[in-house]
Write a new protein. Structure first.
Lengths: 521, 113
């Protein structure tokens, strides 16, 4: 048996197995739960990197469940796939890498951050299940299977958001709200899946795409999938669950939730590009996504400026940054049926949007971790109560500056590189959109200047005289993200050329996606 | 060239940017060192002069988050009041927005052909 053919399933199976082992280990040794989780996620990270190398050199990989060979997509001479298939192309592995890095660093950060909490075996078990759900969402090539993984990640997220809400306080309320919106989205996704199955008798994305008629029923399915996946990604005006959930979840979970939201964003892009592609009215759906992007960028940032809770403020910025991704990819979709415009600026706009997904996961993760470090040391998230913390938390201050500069799009950090791609390409599509994006960046900088001044600058305050820098495992996670941000900022060409461009092309080239499963049908 | 990102309209090199910033930084530092030589640290010269008013204690001089950008938000009251109002925190409203947007998109996709 060649183990390298089984990497896609091993990436998911190892944390899934660990998720069920953790509660058992926790009965013997509580501390071992965190170590086991970190180990399982480190193996997943290594396997994801190995799979990424394979995909970027050989091409998309498929994994067929229950077949005699994992690459046997059409067993017994059938013309359509009947088994659950993972189809991991450049876009899927791009998201897989983000998931692997963030969940691994989240587990490391949790070792110290959560050490005083009770029920750690449940916490780590749920963290692993959330990671499994995210990996599944980005690897699967099957619509119903996507729904299953969406549910796994949603249920684990609900429990993790309300993890510190044992007395039915605000975390429990935030968890309940997330549960309601997740249930609505899951229901509508399932309804859309039912529409596809009812019409075409298949659930495989490539198989549906190959027979897509864009009938009235397909339009209804599209009209259900676009808003609910945009909502799960935190797009305005369906974003209101985001500040509640992001602010109440423990900091490392908030960082992972950002990637879970991006997995829904990935699903949105997968649906419009790989499932429908040019069969849909690309200009209309492209503009719908652009409008989501504009609203998210502007309302997100303006709401962030008036926040006093550091994590709510950052949550609104997460909404705002999602707007950039929607804008970049929306422009690419709007010109999908126009090959000249697509070549001229559409691909670059998509590269900017997709590159921003990774950049955002890194710097927003870092910023949420710095907010967690402040909470860990001071016991408050209220910016009005903070001040002078740079005197006591020098490393956290430096990490915050790096994260804040990156999100504001200051050179030479990674946020600048992806925003520059978006500004220049979107300007050629519609200058006004690009100008709004730049104004939002300025407002983002203003907002983080406020946080920096309120929390870190100023004289030493007497109530914080006992405050110390956070433990080493938390420093390590923040330092690792900072290094990635700086590396991506200094060498953006390496990332765009080797990871982002192949990911964008795998979205645009629908025939390659369907051909990988159906063999050029 | 390593680090050179082509944007479709031009290019960007963070390495060149860092080198330029370092050179400019060194020039600024050099000019600064040519400045006033009579300055002495930890003397009267270090104390702030607030138009003759007594200096606040250090602890009370910190400006808290609520006071920052007060003018900005006050000037944009007309924008902020309705915007904050729709963020009710009520899950019924959250669900309502999802349904409204879903209906709008269904109509747009249905009519677009």
């Amino acid at each position: 048996m060649n183990l390298s053919n089984h990497i896609p399933i091993l990436i998911i199976a190892i944390p899934l197995l660990a998720a069920f082992l953790v509660p058992l280990i926790g009965r013997i040794n509580k501390k071992a739960t965190g170590i086991l989780t970190t180990l399982a996620l480190s193996v997943s990270l290594i396997l994801t990197i190995a799979l990424a190398v394979k995909i970027l050199t050989v091409g998309p990989q498929v994994y067929v469940f229950g077949a005699t060979s994992p690459s046997l997509t059409l067993p017994s001479g059938l013309k359509f796939p009947i088994r659950i298939i993972f189809e991991v192309d450049a876009m899927s592995i791009f998201m897989g890498l983000i998931t692997a890095i963030v969940s691994f660093l989240g587990a490391i950060y949790s070792l110290a951050f959560m050490k005083n909490d009770s029920g750690l075996e449940k916490y780590y078990s749920l963290l692993l299940l959330l990671t499994v759900g995210m990996f599944g969402m980005v690897f699967t090539g099957d619509m119903f299977n996507f729904f299953v993984f969406l549910e796994i990640s949603s249920i684990a997220s609900v429990a993790l958001i309300s993890f510190r809400g044992t007395d039915l306080g605000e975390p429990a309320e935030a968890g309940f709200k997330y549960m309601v919106v997740s249930s609505i989205s899951a229901l509508l996704v399932l309804f859309a899946v039912g529409i596809f199955y009812g019409q075409y008798d298949v659930l495989n994305i490539a198989a549906i795409a190959s027979v897509m008629k864009y009938s009235q029923l397909d339009k209804i399915a599209l009209g259900l999938l676009v808003p609910v996946l945009a909502m799960k990604a935190g797009a305005v005006p369906m974003h209101m669950w985001t500040p509640d959930a992001y602010s109440e979840a423990p900091a490392p979970i908030t960082m992972i939730l950002v990637v879970a939201s991006q997995a829904s964003l990935y699903a949105l892009f997968r649906v419009v590009f790989s499932l429908y592609n040019i069969s849909l009215n690309a200009l209309t759906v492209g503009w719908i996504i652009i409008i989501f992007g504009l609203l998210s960028m502007f309302i997100g940032v303006t709401m962030a400026i008036i926040q006093k809770d550091i994590k709510r403020l950052m949550a609104y910025h997460a909404i705002s940054q999602t707007g950039y991704m929607l804008l970049g990819v929306g422009v690419g979709l709007a010109v999908l049926a126009n090959p000249a415009a697509l070549q001229k600026y559409g691909i670059t706009a998509m590269e900017g949007g997709i590159f921003h997904i990774m950049n955002h996961a890194m710097y927003k993760g870092l910023l949420f971790l710095t907010a967690g470090a402040l909470f860990f040391s001071t016991g408050t998230r209220d910016l009005n109560k903070m001040g002078g913390l740079a005197h006591y938390m020098k490393y956290t201050t430096i990490f915050f500056i790096i994260g804040a500069a990156a999100i504001a799009g200051l050179p030479p950090f990674n946020g600048f590189a992806s925003k520059l791609l978006i500004y220049e390409s979107v300007y050629r599509f519609n200058p006004l959109l690009s100008i709004i994006a730049m104004v939002v960046s300025i407002l983002t900088l203003a907002s983080f200047v406020k946080v920096f001044h309120s929390a870190f600058l100023g004289p030493k305050l007497p109530q914080f005289k006992e405050v110390k820098e956070v433990p080493r495992s938390m420093i390590f996670a923040m330092a690792a993200l900072s290094c990635i941000i700086i590396f991506f900022g200094l060498f953006p060409d390496l990332i765009v050329k080797n990871l982002v461009h192949p990911a964008v092309m795998s979205l645009i080239e629908q025939l390659q996606y369907t051909g990988t499963v159906l063999g050029g049908m | 060239m390593l680090g050179l990102l082509e944007t479709g309209s031009g290019f960007w090199s963070a390495i060149v940017w860092v080198i330029v910033v370092l050179v400019i930084g060194y020039i600024v530092y050099y000019i600064r060192n040519k400045g006033e030589e009579s300055y002495k640290k930890n003397t009267e010269q270090d104390k702030p002069f607030i138009s003759g008013n007594p200096e606040l204690t250090k602890e009370s001089s910190h400006i808290s988050a609520s006071h920052i950008y007060w003018g900005f938000t006050e000037a944009l009251k007309g924008y902020y009041n309705p915007l904050v109002k729709i963020h009710t925190g009520n899950i019924n409203d959250y669900s309502g927005w999802i349904i409204i947007i879903t209906v709008i998109i269904l109509i747009m996709v249905g009519l677009s052909g």
